[in-house]
Design a protein around this ligand. Structure first.
Ligand SMILES: Nc1ncnc2c1ncn2[C@@H]1O[C@H](COP(=O)(O)OP(=O)(O)O)[C@@H](O)[C@H]1O
Ligand SMILES: N[C@@H](CCC(=O)OP(=O)(O)O)C(=O)O
Length: 379
């Protein structure tokens, strides 16, 4: 993909994940950087008016908690960090809430752990909740759920969380706001002559050496986790911009394609990347026999699979697992991630989607398999 087209592509990105790091948010440990927060919120409101959906991943709970508890240095003990995070998250959310309210936007607090995104069912639940928030114009503000997150279920840094959220909501763009202007060819705190990298493929090995320096005193990740986050985001086709969050109008400038910060580019388009992942990674757990009408709309119109087009359910699968879709002769048509378990699906097949609630008592999604989660196996 041409690198010079890539900034232009930013102007078309419709779904963004914006991650804001601790150093920026907490004015380097001096309390919340409320003026800066107010400006980011204002820019997000502007982006929204331009039709861009934004998910915010915000760090700063531990740093803010330290201020509220009067602690001068970051505690080592995990339970103390958890307390700082819980106390600080209140201040963080309170501030966001009041700033978003000034623009008549409702923000929502979402706390996630690693386990929430590695379990297929919880992954799908988080995904539909976030998608619905975006549809309703609510801005999700995500942080790690530090009170319950211990080592094995921890993201460890919010750069990674931002990337996983970008994968989760199928974002076009991950913007990582930090205290440097972007990624330099060496740590600019140590090497005064270091140069800013403008654009590079996220997969470039040369980036590892450049980003090897450590994090600031408040942040956890440093540049290495940002580069890794860009690679993770690239797996679902998202672009990543690492950029100095203290610059005026930083977000709206990124949206115009202005050459600020560092743009790390994916190798594949978003949907192609997701479909490749779907095609390669999961075993099927069951089979749906679909009727001729459903075969036609899937293959010719690229539509989602609705319960009404399914005649038989085979196998024991859970919501979120991969199933095979076959025609009435048993010929494979597509594989996809199913929105209902086998037991639920058996009750709703052959029925129009508006009857799902009447049958099950709730509706997860109107589709049995959404078209974004469906890979066709025939041309
Ligand atoms: N090549 C590099 N380019 C820019 N910054 C770097 C580089 N290597 C290391 N760093 C350091 O990474 C820091 C940003 O990471 P971190 O403190 O985790 O920020 P955040 O809180 O925004 O996540 C910068 O302040 C910088 O000193
Ligand atoms: N959940 C933690 C995340 C800390 C973190 O990842 O910080 P950073 O590297 O500055 O994004 C907090 O809010 O303090």
């Amino acid at each position: 993909m041409q690198q010079d087209n890539q900034r232009e592509k930013l102007t078309k990105a419709k779904r963004w994940v914006v991650k804001i790091g601790s150093a920026l948010l907490t004015a380097n440990g001096k309390g919340l950087a409320t003026e800066a927060m107010q400006q980011w919120v204002e820019q997000i409101a502007t982006l929204r008016r331009q039709g861009i959906e934004v998910v915010l991943v915000s760090s700063g709970s531990v740093a803010q908690g330290m201020v509220r508890l009067g602690w001068a240095s970051r505690p080592r003990a995990i339970h103390e960090l958890q307390v700082a995070a819980a106390v600080g998250q209140m201040g963080l959310i309170q501030a966001y809430e009041s700033f978003f309210r000034q623009h008549n936007i409702s923000p929502a607090q979402v706390l996630l752990t690693h386990a929430d995104l590695s379990n297929r069912q919880r992954y799908l639940n988080a995904r539909s909740a976030l998608r619905t928030m975006l549809e309703l114009g609510v801005i999700p503000i995500i942080n790690e759920n530090d009170t319950v997150a211990t080592d094995e279920i921890r993201f460890g840094d919010n750069d990674t969380l931002g990337a996983l959220v970008a994968n989760l909501v199928e974002a076009d763009l991950l913007v990582i706001l930090t205290d440097q202007q972007g990624l330099y060819d060496a740590d600019p705190r140590i090497h005064k002559t270091a140069k800013l990298v403008s654009t590079a493929p996220a997969s470039s090995k040369a980036l590892d050496k450049m980003a090897a320096g450590s994090a600031g005193t408040l942040g956890r990740g440093g540049m290495m986790t940002k580069v890794r986050a860009a690679r993770l985001a690239a797996r679902s086709g998202a672009q990543t911009v690492i950029v100095g969050g203290a610059q005026p109008s930083v977000l709206t400038r990124v949206a115009t394609g202005e050459e600020i910060g560092t743009l790390l580019t994916p190798e594949q388009e978003r949907l192609a990347a997701r479909k490749q992942w779907l095609a390669g990674h999961l075993q099927t757990r069951g089979r749906l026999v679909i009727d001729a009408g459903a075969v036609r709309v899937l293959m010719e119109e690229g539509r989602s699979l609705l319960p009404v087009g399914v005649s038989v359910i085979e196998g024991h699968f859970q919501r979120g697992e991969m199933v095979a879709c076959v025609d009435i002769q048993g010929e494979p048509i597509a594989n996809g991630l199913v929105n209902y378990s086998a037991d639920e699906a058996k009750q709703i097949i052959g029925k129009p989607s508006h009857q799902i609630e009447g049958v099950l008592g709730y509706v997860d999604e109107p589709e049995l398999i959404h078209r974004d989660n469906l890979v066709l196996l025939r041309d």
